[in-house]
Design a protein around this ligand. Structure first.
Ligand code: AKG
Ligand code: FE2
Length: 331
């Protein structure tokens, strides 16, 4: 099917939300991030710091607020929001961390910037059982974990919905690029069910809407139980949500297995590579978009690919039962 035939069959969504900040907007954002870096305690995970970040986030540049609001209203066909021109100075960064489970506890300019934007999209959350519950997590290659199906690996990372097994998985995943991979770019791969759906036949859609799949926690989680049987597609048949991790979801019968394999292939065929450069950030709508990563070759020389990740929920009340003392971390 040609691209035109595909677009004729899907509703008219914005395809990709994208904003390039002007020099003046970048300077304004830098001033806010610097103020936050100097706000006690200077620690991202501390409730007082986060409260100040939430206040300041209301004063982001107007075009950025507009872009975030439009994306929240409707994430578009590709389900991504890309913001370019963030105040990140690659030459001023320390070496790319190389240790397992690395997180950013300090209110650095990149961490503060992502937090400010994320707090306008929704509520920033984390999971105690993953990366010690830090709100800003480093996505870096780790020596010895090359073949791991986690963000510490460097082999191709299978398409997944983030924490697909979890009843309160993120609504959005935000990835900020501090440092691009050396040599060949290592793209974050995204694939939207809104692009893939027209290519899935009716029989497969019906199977995928039935609770014939089970999903286990990803390797980054220290504990957690596999789900009960769940559907992969859910909600509106013409614009469904998707919940699957091709490294962690298994079909419970042969027919479901075949439908799942065809879905995987269709999502690969309709995927897009987002090759972030330093100072660019992408949000993926984790309800309609799967993400993964191309393979790459780390050098472990302090100049490797370095992203930072945040998770965003739209409805804090829904996760309240998992969050102790009404904090940001789910138990
Ligand atoms: O490295 C990437 O581009 C994405 C990795 C990933 O899936 C994640 O950090 O959740
Ligand atoms: Fe992921």
């Amino acid at each position: 099917m040609t691209a035109n035939a595909i677009s004729a069959r899907i509703p008219e969504y914005v395809d990709e939300h994208r904003l390039e900040l002007t020099g003046a907007e970048r300077a304004a954002l830098r001033t806010m991030a610097e103020e936050l870096a100097a706000t006690a305690s200077g620690l991202v995970d501390e409730p007082g710091w986060l409260a100040r970040a939430r206040e300041l986030s209301c004063r982001l540049p107007a075009r950025l607020l507009d872009a975030v609001r439009a994306y929240r209203h409707d994430p578009g066909a590709q389900g991504t929001l890309i913001v370019a021109g963030l105040p990140i100075d690659e030459d001023a960064l320390p070496d790319t961390p190389g240790v397992p489970e690395s997180v950013e506890r300090h209110a650095t300019i990149p961490a503060a910037t992502a937090t400010l934007i994320g707090l306008q999209l929704g509520e920033i959350v984390a999971y105690r059982e993953e990366k010690s519950g830090a709100l800003v997590q480093n996505v870096v290659p780790v020596r010895g974990l090359e073949s791991s199906q986690s963000n510490a690996g460097s082999v191709e990372l299978e398409f997944h919905v983030e924490n697909a097994f979890h009843p309160c998985r993120p609504d959005f995943v935000g990835l900020t690029c501090l440092r691009q991979a050396q040599g060949r770019p290592a793209g974050t791969l995204v694939s939207s069910i809104r692009h893939a759906l027209p290519l899935i036949d009716d029989a497969d859609r019906e199977v995928l809407h039935q609770p014939r799949f089970v999903t286990a926690p990803p390797p980054s989680f220290h504990s957690g139980e596999p789900t009960a049987a769940h559907p992969v597609l859910d909600g509106s048949p013409e614009d469904p949500n998707i919940c699957v991790d091709f490294n962690a979801t298994v079909a419970l019968d042969d027919e479901a297995k075949q439908a799942l394999e065809r879905l995987r292939q269709t999502l690969i065929d309709t995927s897009v590579s987002v090759e972030l450069r330093s100072g660019e950030m992408v949000f993926v709508d984790n309800r309609i978009v799967l993400h993964g990563r191309a393979d790459f070759t780390p050098r472990y020389d302090g100049r490797d690919r370095w992203l930072q990740r945040i998770f965003v929920h739209l409805d804090g009340r829904r996760s309240r039962v998992h969050r102790t003392r009404n904090g940001a971390v789910m138990a």
